[in-house]
Write a protein that binds this ligand. Structure first.
Ligand code: ZN
Length: 716
């Protein structure tokens, strides 16, 4: 903690969906604890984040929701911003990458990198979807991961194994837009010459030295972070495309030849979002943003999940260095993944605890989720959240330990001293709460509190937040033991002066806790300050102030101070509440497994009567492509399609409207029965039939050639 100021970032979430507990435990909560602690220590710190509103993740979502990218990002940005606020993530600014200041900042970066000849301009063959007329970058293309064989890997990343990919790495690639197999077409892009940055990145990651200067101690970095970086470096860094053929994103600066229709790669502009957010914060506050990004006296810390390590530890540092004038991150304390009830969290399978839903269903208990997330934080390896564990942690630790201690101290203070902190003779000894049969002395005990707070702070500074929370709870346990070992309820008559010392000390514990819990349990800290009739925390040196008192053996709350009435800091969570949540997940599980036991055994249709080859040969099956599709008035089931058969275009009515929107089927390759006698349905003549596969639930899937195929060809 030797740096003069801190710039702390938390991964920009894609504005294409809500926040779940894995995101919270991975990046936002650890960042918030770290920042809140720095503020309590009086440090100059700025905490920035914002919505990542560009890239295929957004446009694919817009397509799915049948709306515009702008509508998607507006909706989810507001949702994310409100959720972060409700769960107490204390950003100094929550920005958006669609803001003009961000577009300018990103374009300036691109210009500078271009001037510095950091790019290779290359025309390469990229996948192109002919049916919709679009290049397929990143999430527009899916296929089998070459590393782990996950069949649903994206063109930029496999979410199963975390590998970063290029579309050309995928096995069996197909278009996210039409499902068709793409062709390759030439297109020009700007490639960052990461190969030229490999040597210094390797040295910096492994020694903390860049340009001959020791910037950080690599022993302070997590092993798994350095390990992942080295596995990348060992494969050799390749030039990486920093532009895309897309219609949503930051434009490649106009004056650069060939920029038309080109957008910045989302992983170029997103981390620059940290810089543009800092600029906007500085504008709002009348400050200068530059020292936070350019001064050696600033520590830059990126909080992320492990799937973002390569971008924050190799690519973004290379971009900053290539630009020049920017500092490198002092640490990137990436977390591993949090699992839920034995399984990987999954947005698409709805296997998640959504933070906005939690905040509604558990209003006023935001700190309980935070506490659980910290207890289960996947700091070094993957970890697991369970609702039973959530309940146990709340009832055993927050209620029985912390809330119980606070309540006993306040109730007894009101009972014995009318809620006024008693005057004491500090030389009177008592039983210490820290160890059985150890004599306690008032000022020494205050020194002990100082030591514990120092230990807790040191753990936070090492990004060991589970350990920090454990130490915090030790203070509360020792407070409970202080009461238990001295039994004021029995001794208040015969040793009133000793009890005064014990109770005064217990009140000091509670006052210390009202500050020390702030990084972890910010809402409880506010409630506790009120009960103690103390000023709200300023989040500016509050902990430093009490450390300065405790080290001198001074109390932090003076004698004669009047306390307010106690309230319950935390309450027990009953079984019904937990069972409801478990039932909710069980329902999700059911939905995810439609072909389980009973249905698979009984749902096969019986085989039809045997036919001869000649019967089959009468069918004229042809390949075709759906050109247009529209709903049919007054029909729930029918879509009216025009299908290109190569030699002619047919109008076909198909009963697929309950499963597909018109937009979803345009461009789809199909097989049709081309010699079926025309039929009039809903006033329209249908000239053929489209083959569909149907599952036990009645869900439909197109039958089409495995690769892009000419129209009008026979199927046998
Ligand atoms: Zn994979």
């Amino acid at each position: 903690m030797s740096k003069k100021r801190y710039l702390v970032t938390a991964a920009l979430p894609y504005a294409n969906g809500p926040l779940h507990i894995g995101h919270l435990a991975g990046a936002y909560l650890p960042a918030d604890i770290f920042v809140r602690y720095l503020r309590l220590m009086g440090k100059d710190v700025v905490f920035v984040c914002g919505s990542d509103e560009h890239g295929a993740a957004i446009t694919v979502k817009a397509r799915k929701e049948e709306t515009t990218p702008r509508a998607v990002v507006d909706k989810y940005h507001a949702m994310l911003r409100d959720t972060f606020q409700k769960i107490g993530i204390s950003f100094d600014i929550y920005h958006r990458t669609t803001e003009p200041i961000h577009h300018q900042t990103s374009q300036d970066f691109f210009r500078k990198l271009n001037e510095n000849q950091e790019f290779l301009e290359e025309t390469t063959e990229q996948y192109y979807d002919e049916t919709v007329g679009q290049f397929l970058a990143d999430r527009y293309i899916v296929g089998t991961c070459p590393v782990c064989a996950n069949p649903d890997a994206y063109g930029d990343q496999c979410e199963k194994c975390g590998s970063t990919l290029s579309p050309t790495d995928l096995i069996h690639p197909h278009s996210m837009l039409s499902g068709s197999v793409p062709v390759k077409r030439p297109t020009k892009h700007w490639f960052l010459r990461l190969d030229q940055h490999e040597a210094w990145l390797r040295e910096w990651i492994n020694t903390g030295i860049a340009d001959g200067i020791q910037l950080h101690n690599p022993a302070d970095w997590k092993n798994h972070v350095i390990g992942q970086c080295n596995s990348w470096l060992d494969q050799g860094l390749q030039p990486r495309a920093m532009t895309r053929d897309l219609d949503w994103g930051v434009d490649v600066p106009q004056e650069i030849p060939g920029s038309e229709g080109k957008k910045l790669y989302v992983w170029l502009d997103a981390p620059i979002g940290y810089i543009s957010a800092t600029k906007q914060w500085a504008l709002d506050k009348g400050k200068d943003w530059e020292p936070y990004w350019k001064s050696d006296e600033t520590a830059l810390v990126h909080f992320i999940g492990k799937d973002n390590i390569v971008f924050h530890c190799l690519i973004f540092p290379a971009i900053l260095k290539a630009h020049g004038g920017f500092i490198l991150p002092e640490n990137v304390p990436a977390n591993q993944f949090l699992n839920l009830e034995g399984r990987k969290l999954s947005t698409s399978k709805n296997w998640a605890v959504w933070v906005h839903e939690y905040c509604e269903e558990f209003a006023g208990q935001e700190d309980v989720l935070r506490f659980n997330m910290i207890k289960k934080m996947p700091e070094q390896s993957d970890s697991e959240f369970t609702w039973k564990g959530f309940q146990e942690t709340n009832n055993n630790e927050l209620v029985n330990n912390l809330a119980n201690f606070v309540n006993r101290v306040l109730v007894l203070s009101h009972k014995y001293y009318a809620g006024v902190v008693p005057r004491i003779e500090p030389e009177i000894t008592f039983n210490s709460g820290w160890e059985t049969a150890k004599t306690g002395q008032y000022n020494e005990e205050l020194n002990l509190l100082y030591d514990k707070l120092q230990e807790m702070g040191a753990a936070i500074e090492r990004y060991e937040l589970r350990e920090a929370l454990r130490i915090l709870m030790e203070i509360s346990s020792a407070g409970n033991a202080l009461l238990q070992f001295n039994e004021p309820w029995k001794t208040v008559k015969e040793a009133p002066e000793m009890v005064k010392v014990v109770m005064n000390l217990a009140i000091q514990y509670v006052a210390v806790l009202s500050v020390a819990i702030r990084p972890f349990l910010p809402f409880a800290a506010d409630r506790l300050r009120k009960m103690l009739n103390l000023n709200p925390l300023q989040d500016n040196g509050d902990l430093l102030e009490i450390l300065n008192e405790l080290v001198e053996g001074n109390p932090v709350i003076p004698a004669q101070h009047a306390l307010n009435e106690p309230e319950h800091l935390f309450s027990r969570i009953p079984d019904e509440v937990i069972e409801k949540q478990i039932a909710k997940l069980a329902a999700t599980e059911q939905q995810n497994q439609p072909q389980s036991d009973s249905s698979s055994a009984t749902s096969y249709q019986p085989l039809k009567e045997m036919i001869q080859f000649d019967d089959f040969a009468k069918l004229d099956l042809r390949t075709g492509t759906i050109l247009t599709a529209e709903k049919v008035d007054k029909s729930k089931k029918l879509l009216k399609l025009s299908v290109d058969l190569g030699f002619e275009t047919r109008t076909i009515l198909s009963g697929i409207a309950e499963y597909f929107t018109p937009e979803q089927v345009v461009g789809q390759q199909v097989v049709i029965v081309a010699n079926l006698a025309p039929r009039v349905m809903m006033g329209t003549e249908s000239q053929g039939m489209i083959l569909m596969a149907e599952d036990a639930e009645g869900k439909l899937s197109f039958v089409s050639p495995a690769a892009a195929w000419p129209n009008g060809m026979g199927v046998k």
